[in-house]
Design a protein around this ligand. Structure first.
Ligand code: ZN
Length: 262
């Protein structure tokens, strides 16, 4: 049924003051059969791998990377690259991509130069392992695009897309997927909604980015992967397609990403 292509199970469990296992039950109760757990820093790597191994029987995938707001010194980048190389050997069918990485000029928690170096490093790592890069870009669309273009051809997903339909087009032309989070359902998100109604359906993914950006009608409450259905409903209505058509399209796109990974 529903797929959540970007969630942070560790942060969700913290936010809900419960276990990651309870977050999985919430997800399953809501017909979400598949999800990707996203690691954002080196301290989250082991937790993420243990989590994936504990639930090896489920359709839960992992993406590992260093978020632009996390420390990305040479030791951290080295640890990431060793982990990816090892995991590609031991759990290749569970690896969804490298990330999230990217640029965040809004929070600017790390210096611009560190963000850029880390982003470039992770793009190279992804290319080396034939994995897509999961990109976070906030107030940095132009720099994100020019860096990505330098490394093209490459595979990637713009997660929690925050640009307009012109930005979306540019990334789609490079072969990227555009992933929308719960904020596309917000009244004020007219640029996002325009992008979501405009892009080809075979370039779209949907996600919660839980515990952040809870979709309407639960905006303001803690988010979890089980709530991704509200974003599917919204997109189906926006695109004037049936919910089942929307579900099928997203499932096809998700499996297209995975198919190219091995
Ligand atoms: Zn995220």
């Amino acid at each position: 049924m529903f797929i959540d292509s970007h969630a942070h199970f560790d942060l969700c469990a913290e936010d809900h003051k419960t276990s990651a296992e309870t977050i999985i039950s919430l997800m399953e109760d809501n017909n979400v059969t598949t999800a990707v757990h996203i690691v954002i820093d080196t301290t989250g790597i082991q937790w993420g791998l243990d989590f994936i191994n504990r639930h090896a029987d489920k359709n839960i995938y992992i993406a590992m990377g260093i978020h632009p707001s996390s420390l990305a010194d040479s030791e951290a980048l080295h640890q990431l690259s060793v982990t990816i190389a090892h995991s590609k050997k031991t759990i290749p069918h569970k690896i969804f991509g490298i990330g999230e990485t990217g640029l965040d000029y809004y929070r600017m928690r790390q210096p611009k130069s560190m963000q850029i170096e880390s982003f470039q490093f992770q793009i190279q790592l992804a290319k080396e392992h034939n994995l897509p890069v999961i990109i976070h870009s906030r107030d940095a669309m132009d720099d994100t695009y020019s860096i990505v273009k330098e490394y093209a051809p490459m595979r990637g997903i713009i997660h929690c897309f925050s640009g307009n339909h012109i930005d979306a087009r540019k990334f789609i032309d490079l072969g990227f997927f555009i992933s929308f989070a719960g904020n596309v359902t917000y009244k004020s998100a007219t640029n996002l909604q325009q992008a979501a109604s405009y892009i080809p359906m075979d370039t779209m993914l949907l996600e919660t980015d839980a515990p952040f950006l809870t979709p309407v009608p639960f905006r303001g409450k803690p988010n979890h992967p089980g709530l991704v259905q509200h974003t599917y409903n919204y997109i189906a209505a926006l695109r004037k397609i049936s919910l089942s058509n929307c579900i099928d399209n997203i499932a096809q796109n998700f499996s297209n990403v995975l198919k190219l990974n091995n």
